[in-house]
Write a protein that binds this ligand. Structure first.
Ligand code: N01
Length: 541
């Protein structure tokens, strides 16, 4: 890549991605007087909420705390549902644009393909798919954890053998796709698959879910928000925002200090019931603190979940497929989806389930999906809800080359290594939000955009206002951080499931905890310690 002749613009900071994290960076850094630009692959703000417009796509954090906490922003904004749909989240981004005038500093439809560090100038030379080249002193990647969809290699799929239409949920046609009267297949049971199934069950003439692992989904507790709700929400939002930064996952609730194994069965059941009725992620993240550590405690939670779910499914065989007697993996170490009427959908004659453990997919054919038992299932639409090369995939998809010209993709081929989940040795002046070994997928998005976002802003402000030109994680610091993450995860049950949390969903990807498992308060303390010690773990020059 040429580093000089075609350079047209230069910035203090270039940000990749115009979701929550990127918008936070632009707004804050611009207000501090720095020159900043966002490069965004999509044609509008929203990041993940632009691409994921599949039927049923919906936030699974309560809307009031799924927004920026700034007073002048939340006071004038209301979501109409407790868990807003993708359309309403897009409206929120349009609202942010009106309030903050973001778009004028965003270059849309510009997918970053390469970023090479130029040591002589301490600058990044960034190239986009349209041939644009820009320079910046600091590059901040705000790619989210799910910017690289995973499409499995199923024979016939890439060859477009199928005569109907097929789409990955994260590359859904913007004009929509009507399921009405169509025969629909859904492959995958993550949050995306569960949401599509719920939606398609009411529209499709026939719906078949291809399941490899059941989702241990939780009741969402969805409801519309009327004027009384809105007033009550407004009255308590400042405290809720405040508590967001001090809980494990950036919500306004946290784990219960008792252990499930220390209380009587009656107390345990009463607590589970309370959490179940409260809805959302509470049964997962406001439950007994030992649930994700102690196999016995985890079994208690699973048994409660299983019995609740089975009571909603009429067919005994489907009960066993969707909520097996024996847990498919410990509860909560693969992300539960929030559902509204997912399990009832399977009581409809028009909805079927194919267990891929009995009959794996062999090929996509002209007419549908061929499974190993020789059955060709015929469809009009195939939905791939097969997830993402999560957390690190967005970064390694870009041709990022560090100070000595080596590729980030190569450096992380045997596993990610970072300092504070913010930077990696050999790649000076590159910081990332929501990246590997940061709270990332374990954190409410807007909370993390603000909390980790502010760490990045502070670090950049320290650099820019002190005339420093180069910051780089040291190899020792990233070794220590990687060790710290491994130590935190060792006593948990997370490595007992093949999830995207640990990279196990992508064939060949090293299995390691990709998200910071110590919770937001510890993460903040670790950063504060580094900052108080003159950015310990970074080499600043
Ligand atoms: O992806 P996933 P997702 N053959 O990786 C299956 C966020 N999100 O897009 O479980 C057959 O969770 C795979 O099977 P298995 C949220 O953080 C949020 O659903 O590995 N099946 C799995 O069932 C979420 O956790 C919302 O056995 C194959 C599924 O595909 C994250 O994004 C909405 C397969 C993938 O599930 C990812 O969720 C949506 C194959 N070859 C997403 N390969 C909100 O509500 C994979 N699978 C805000």
């Amino acid at each position: 890549m040429s580093t000089t002749p075609d350079v047209v613009e230069e910035f203090d900071v270039l940000v990749i991605g115009a979701g929550f994290a990127g918008i936070y960076q632009l707004d804050r850094l611009r207000s501090l007087g720095h020159s900043v630009k966002i490069l965004e692959a999509g044609p509008e703000l929203g990041g993940i909420w632009y691409w994921n417009c599949y039927p049923g796509a919906r936030v699974d954090t309560e809307g009031p705390i799924y927004q920026f906490s700034r007073d002048d922003l939340w006071r004038d904004w209301e979501f109409t549902e407790l868990y807003p749909g993708w359309n309403e989240v897009r409206d929120y981004f349009a609202y942010l644009d009106r309030k903050l005038d973001i778009s004028k500093d965003v270059r849309f439809n510009t997918r970053v393909t390469a970023a090479h560090f130029h040591s002589g100038h301490n600058q990044w030379v960034v190239r986009a798919s349209d041939g644009t080249t820009m320079r910046c002193t600091y590059l901040v990647a705000c790619l989210g954890f799910a910017s690289k969809p995973y499409i499995p290699q199923i024979p016939g799929l890439a060859q477009d053998t199928f005569e109907g239409r097929w789409h990955h949920t994260a590359l859904w046609p913007q004009e929509g796709l009507d399921f009405t009267g169509r025969r629909v297949a859904v492959i995958g049971t993550g949050a995306s698959g569960v949401q599509v199934v719920q939606e398609a069950a009411g529209e499709a003439v026939q719906l078949t879910l291809f399941q490899r692992t059941p989702n241990l989904a939780l009741p969402m507790g969805q409801r519309t928000l009327g004027p009384t709700d809105q007033a009550a929400i407004k009255a308590t939002l400042p405290q809720r925002f405040e508590s967001r930064g001090h809980t494990f996952a950036g919500f306004d609730f946290d784990f219960e200090p008792r252990n499930a194994t220390d209380v009587s069965q009656e107390e345990r059941t009463a607590e589970y019931e309370r959490l179940w009725q409260a809805g959302g992620f509470r049964f997962w993240l406001a439950t007994f603190q030992d649930t994700l550590f102690d196999p016995k405690s985890n079994e208690y939670a699973y048994a409660f979940w299983r019995d609740k779910v089975r009571a909603r499914i009429t067919d005994a065989a489907l009960q066993e497929k969707l909520a097996p007697t024996t847990p498919p993996h410990p509860f909560g170490v693969k992300r539960p989806s929030l559902e509204q009427h997912y399990y009832e959908a399977f009581n409809q004659d028009s909805v079927a389930l194919v267990d891929l453990n009995d009959a794996p997919i062999q090929a996509v054919t002209e007419r549908g999906i061929l499974t190993a038992d020789g059955v060709e299932h015929e469809f009009d639409i195939i939905v791939l809800a097969t997830g993402f090369d999560a957390v690190s995939g967005g970064l390694t998809a870009i041709d990022i080359r560090g100070a000595d010209g080596s590729l980030l993709r190569d450096k992380w081929a045997s596993g990610v290594r970072t300092h504070l989940g913010m930077a990696t040795a050999g790649f000076p002046n590159l910081l990332f939000a929501y990246g590997p070994q940061s709270p990332s997928g374990f954190c409410n998005g807007p909370t993390c955009a603000e909390v980790q976002g502010e760490m990045i802003v502070e670090t950049l402000e320290h650099m820019l206002s002190n005339g420093h030109r180069r910051i780089e994680a040291t190899p020792e610091a990233e070794k220590e951080w990687t060790h710290h993450v491994a130590e935190l995860v060792a006593p948990t049950l997370f490595l007992h499931a093949k999830s995207w949390y640990v990279g196990a969903n992508i064939p060949g990807k090293p299995v390691q905890m990709l998200n910071y498992p110590g919770g937001l308060p510890l993460y903040r303390a670790k950063y504060a310690e580094s900052k108080a010690n003159d950015y310990a773990g970074f080499q600043v020059s």
